[in-house]
Design a protein around this ligand. Structure first.
Ligand SMILES: [Zn+2]
Length: 89
């Protein structure tokens, strides 16, 4: 008999079903969107446009990478503008 490495994971999954997932933030995409991973079962989720959690797919991860890059650039632009404004004032 081959033992499945998934056994522990499904046991943890049962804990999650009973007590809920224990999500930790794995990536901050924007101010409103974070990616989370459950420390018990490894389930990955993210907030969507409406603020609800949805399963994090490879496709969504890719979208978040692009979004995070844009968000960081936008933030840099804003802080630079603020600094300039302060310099003038
Ligand atoms: Zn879980």
């Amino acid at each position: 008999m081959k033992s499945s490495p998934k056994t522990n994971r499904s046991l943890s999954g049962l804990l999650c079903v009973a007590f809920g997932h224990d999500y930790i933030v794995t990536r901050k995409v924007t101010n409103h969107i974070n990616e989370y991973k459950c420390s018990h079962c490894g389930r990955e989720v993210a907030e969507n446009d409406t603020g609800h959690l949805e399963v994090l797919t490879q496709n969504l991860k890719h979208t978040h990478s692009i979004l995070a890059t844009f968000f960081q650039k936008k933030n840099q632009k804003i802080s630079t503008t603020l600094l300039r404004t302060r310099d003038v004032a």
